[in-house]
Ligand binder design. Structure first.
Ligand SMILES: *Cc1c(COP(=O)(O)O)cnc(C)c1O
Length: 366
């Protein structure tokens, strides 16, 4: 049997006619930039998150970049974040000229450890950027308290967690703003790149809208230096088809996760820990295992897709060497990087596929 890490074709087969019809509408209208599809998607995502505003952007990366730019973050500023995340989180901080400050993770949830944030705050700190990794939200209450005391903005990198909740509140709706990605492998994935920023702050919303389009307002008058961070209406059209299925798909992922977790009980496989405050959307199902790299080779041989998210914590990346990070700075992130492995969790997995994954892993350890 073959079990890919993700099978986008399996999902597309179920919505093909709807997607084609929506895309045709865009093509027939020849509204090729912005327009009603983008506005409709913004409205629906704002509603989903319980936020007043949403701004469609060109990618999750540009959602973060635009957020930092709109908050006026730049040279001399520091942004506290996690080293155990996709590169874009910290890449954007560096791209606006600010300094990423990495604090270690909670080994159970892989998310930033709130207890380590306060000691990392200096008079240069402007923002805390928690990441809701693998679909589970970070522990937002203490993060918001610490940020509030120090008057820091909070940017939620919710690229992997759209519609996930923390104490009943949606990802992206708790901080100053929240950033989503519609990269095809995310729970709500487009047919190319796309992203969104949500916020309840009207002034920030205005800045996000202006900077998305070269800082132009009115047209050809540039008060700020922005970029081209616009969301493509063809992406918006495809996403409008997929959005009504998001809850169903996330439920199916949770069901798959529950299956794995039950089957791995009492084995060397450490299964994901989901806080009782959180409902995860399981963008990834990430286990911790001994002899991880040997297991990866074994699974490849058995035609089971898997991936290491993430093999190198960001404080040890070559491009951040100038920050002076070294082995031992974030021991939990470093340990996680050596033990984690993401298994297939996508909604269309069959019972046979899941059982094959379980049996193969158990065979490796027996
Ligand atoms: C996917 C992702 C991003 C970047 O999103 P793109 O749409 O690929 O630019 C940022 N942060 C995290 C945590 C992500 O998983």
């Amino acid at each position: 049997m073959q079990v890919p890490l993700l099978d986008l074709k399996a999902q597309y087969r179920t919505i093909r006619q709807e997607v084609l019809a929506q895309i045709n509408e865009v093509l027939d209208s020849q509204v090729c930039i912005g327009g009603p599809k983008v506005e409709q998607l913004e409205k629906e995502i704002a509603q989903l998150c319980g936020c007043r505003y949403a701004v469609g952007v060109s990618s999750g990366t540009d959602a973060i970049l635009n957020s930092l730019m709109s908050l006026g973050i730049g040279p001399g500023d520091e942004v506290i974040t996690t080293p155990f995340t996709f590169f874009a989180t910290a890449g954007c901080i560096a791209r606006v000229g600010a300094k990423p400050v990495f604090v270690d993770i909670d080994p159970d949830t892989f998310n930033i450890n709130p207890a380590l944030i306060e000691p990392a705050i200096t008079r240069h700190t402007k923002v805390v950027m928690p990441v809701h990794l693998f679909g589970q939200m970070a522990d937002m209450d203490p993060i918001m308290q610490i940020a509030g005391r120090a008057s820091l903005a909070v940017i939620e990198d919710a690229a992997q967690a759209i519609s996930a909740t923390y104490k009943g509140r949606r990802a992206g709706s708790i901080g100053t703003c929240g950033c989503f990605s519609f990269f095809p492998s995310k729970n709500l994935g487009g047919i190319g790149d796309g992203g969104m920023v949500v916020t309840n702050d009207e002034a920030l919303y205005q800045r996000l809208m202006i900077l998305r389009n070269h800082g132009s307002q009115p047209k050809y008058y540039h008060k700020y230096i922005g970029g081209n961070f616009r969301l493509d209406p063809i992406q918006a059209a495809a996403l409008l088809v997929k959005l009504p299925y998001l809850e169903k798909w996330s439920k199916a992922r949770r069901k798959n996760a529950a299956y794995y977790t039950k089957r791995f009980e009492g084995t060397p496989v450490r299964t994901p820990v989901i806080s009782e405050d959180c409902v995860s959307i399981f963008n990834q199902y990430v286990i911790r295992v001994p002899r991880r790299d040997e297991l990866v080779a074994y699974l490849k041989e058995k035609q089971i897709g898997c991936e290491i998210y993430y093999p190198v914590p960001l404080h040890l990346q070559e491009c951040f060497a100038y920050l002076g990070g070294k082995e031992g700075d974030c021991p939990e992130a470093e340990k996680a990087a050596k033990e984690v492995l993401a298994l297939p969790i996508y909604p269309e997995l069959t019972d046979e596929m899941k059982e094959y994954v379980v049996q193969t892993i158990l065979a490796f350890y027996s």
